[in-house]
Write a protein that binds this ligand. Structure first.
Ligand SMILES: Nc1ncnc2c1ncn2[C@@H]1O[C@H](COP(=O)(O)OP(=O)(O)O)[C@@H](O)[C@H]1O
Ligand SMILES: [Mg+2]
Length: 247
């Protein structure tokens, strides 16, 4: 298998003894290219930390991360940033859209940053707006959007960047159930239709059920006791695994 992400004994400790917080204690994880995986864990279990380490936004205390076939833990800060830009699109709980740019400018931003011409941007952006149902909002600014529209804009932006991997950190955490469902369907399609890899972290069992594989973060490690494998993971099975693992 070709792994888009591989972590080995990934460890993160915040602070210094005696008041240190040991968040990740040796996470071994692989995501096969083209798959949609979910890592579940309660609030404070280290989900965001894990995504920060995988993307190279932060450095591990020990262990390694391979991202797109490169051991990012061995790269310089600058090379790591380049590998992240090349490989990762990020979808956040709080959207992280630029407030002074319109919807279409936000979606086109990765193209502008990559130095693509205005023509490319003009051709690439409208189909993405159309696909995510935000064409009518293209001139609006983020504060004028609903939560669902903001998140669909940020997924469109991640796709515009062309990176093979989408990292999603509680992407429905600020959405109504209906808007959250639409966002999860959009993410599922990003995997099925665009062939991108998706790594979702969440504490929401309904969201987890969209994945091909569901893992559980327990006491700083990925549980080997329970892994759910799709297609068609039942929400009930996710609840059952959470209960069995006491999380
Ligand atoms: N920059 C930081 N400095 C110190 N502690 C942190 C930092 N970031 C996160 N933590 C702590 O690490 C733990 C895991 O945080 P986080 O990865 O955000 O969990 P989750 O995303 O699962 O809610 C929490 O106890 C949190 O307080
Ligand atoms: Mg978090």
């Amino acid at each position: 298998m070709t792994a888009i992400v591989r972590t080995s004994q990934l460890t993160k400790v915040y602070g210094k003894a005696p008041s240190e917080t040991r968040v990740l204690r040796g996470v071994d994880f692989e995501l096969e290219a083209g798959k949609f995986a979910c890592i579940m864990g309660p609030s404070g279990s280290g989900k965001s930390t894990l995504l920060h380490l995988i993307s190279g936004l932060d450095e591990p205390s020990a262990g390694t991360v391979e991202l797109g076939g490169k051991n990012v833990s061995r790269l310089s800060r600058r090379e790591r940033t380049l590998q992240r830009r090349r490989t990762v699109g990020y979808v956040f709980q709080f959207f992280n859209l630029l407030p002074n740019l319109s919807v279409s400018e936000n979606v086109g931003l990765p193209l502008a940053i990559a130095g693509r011409t205005r023509d490319v941007e003009r051709d690439a952006v409208p189909p993405l707006l159309e696909r995510f149902g935000i064409t009518g909002r293209s001139a609006a600014f983020p504060h004028q959007l609903s939560g669902g529209e903001m998140q669909r804009t940020s997924i469109a932006r991640a796709l515009a960047g062309g990176q093979p991997l989408l990292l999603c950190d509680e992407p429905t955490g600020n959405l109504s159930q209906k808007a959250g469902l639409e966002v999860m369907q959009a993410l599922r399609e990003v995997c099925d239709r665009d062939g991108r890899s998706v790594l979702l972290v969440t504490h929401n069992p309904r969201d987890a059920a969209f994945a091909d594989l569901v893992y559980f973060l327990v006491d700083g490690e990925i549980s080997t006791e329970r892994v759910l494998e799709g297609p068609g993971i039942e929400v009930e099975a996710v609840h059952e695994a959470l209960a069995a693992l006491h999380i």
